[in-house]
Design a protein around this ligand. Structure first.
Ligand code: UDP
Length: 309
């Protein structure tokens, strides 16, 4: 099996290429290395190619040199704040979606998986959030993800290309690069390990559904062989959201610290709640998360300690 992962040097992508290589795939990691990192790829069996998925020629060359069985299209402009600073930039990702779908269709790729996001729900109209329920995308980033989903669905209907979009809820774990652009788990862990109080934005009652990276990858791998998932969008979450205040307390405790979080004003527009229904994931992918938050956080904290972050 030859498998392409665009954005394969990013946080989620790099875990995916690792697992695919371990399971015997011939893996091509294609990345422009703007947010992806070469250090994330340690397995020498993984072939790293530098290129821009939003550039037609780069994708044409890539598909000329290789015949792929599976394509995971994960390359994207990441960081919600980054996409707000320069809202038009994220529209460039539409080109990547077009390039990948056309190349995959022409080459008769067996499966195309697209990394969508819980952001397509925006401020949820209903709780829990159901794949076939109301969508309320607010951010330019979310609108582009939704365009991707709709085009994957259209290519499945029109050309019979096997496609699935995965709506990732908040993924966390080793290698996640937290910064001003977000990713709260890493931010809180770094703060706690330095004995600094975790900075809660607002009152901390907002909720998120945190999914450990290994669960995210397990569910993703199931997508490759699930015929029922073709033409579908599927939530990848745990169905057990937590408030940001409780998350901060949990991280402080697991880091063995005796500190209290602080509440700070932050101007960023924040979604209040995220709460996925995960029935479709269980039914179509036959997968239920196996990591509870404590276990996933312990592994993540261990990594931050080891890396001296
Ligand atoms: N958050 C926080 N303190 C921080 C960073 C984030 O309280 O230092 C909150 C943020 O306001 C949001 C949640 O944590 O409600 C998740 O933020 P993240 O950037 O990880 O992801 P997203 O907002 O995209 O779900």
């Amino acid at each position: 099996m030859k498998t392409l992962v665009t954005g394969g040097a990013g946080f989620v992508g790099s875990h995916l290429v690792d697992r695919l290589a371990n399971e015997g795939h011939e893996v091509i990691c294609f990345d422009n290395f703007i947010t992806g990192r070469k250090e994330n790829i340690k397995n020498s069996k993984i072939k790293i190619l530098q290129g821009d998925v939003n550039n037609k020629e780069d994708v044409r060359d890539l598909f000329k040199k290789h015949r792929f069985d599976n394509v995971f299209h994960y390359a994207a402009l990441v960081g919600v704040k980054r996409t707000l600073e320069t809202p038009l930039d994220v529209l460039g990702d539409v080109e990547g979606i077009k390039n990948i779908l056309e190349a995959a269709r022409k080459q008769d790729v067996k499966k195309v998986v697209f990394s969508s996001s819980s952001e397509v729900y925006g401020d949820p109209v209903e709780i829990p959030e159901k794949e076939d329920g109301h969508l309320n995308p607010k951010l330019p980033y979310a609108v582009v993800k939704l365009i991707g989903e709709k085009y994957l669905e259209a290519y499945h209907k029109k050309y019979g290309l096997n496609t699935t979009s995965l709506r990732f809820f908040n993924v966390y774990g080793p290698r996640q690069d937290s910064s001003d652009y977000g990713f709260v788990v890493g931010i809180f862990i770094k703060q706690a390990l330095k004995n600094q109080p975790p900075t809660i934005y607002g009152d901390g009652t907002q909720t998120r559904d945190f999914v450990f990276i290994e669960d995210n990858i397990n569910a993703t791998l199931k997508t490759m062989t699930s015929r029922e998932s073709n033409g579908q969008s599927i939530n990848i979450g745990t169905g057990m959201p937590i408030t940001i205040y409780n998350l901060a307390q949990k991280i402080i405790k697991l880091c063995g610290k005796n500190i209290e979080p602080v509440f700070v004003n932050n101007q960023r527009e924040d979604v209040r709640h995220r709460f996925p229904e995960i029935k479709k994931m269980i039914d179509l992918l036959d997968y239920k998360p196996i990591f509870d938050l404590d276990r996933g956080l312990k592994k993540t904290i261990g990594w931050y300690k080891k890396e001296g972050k």
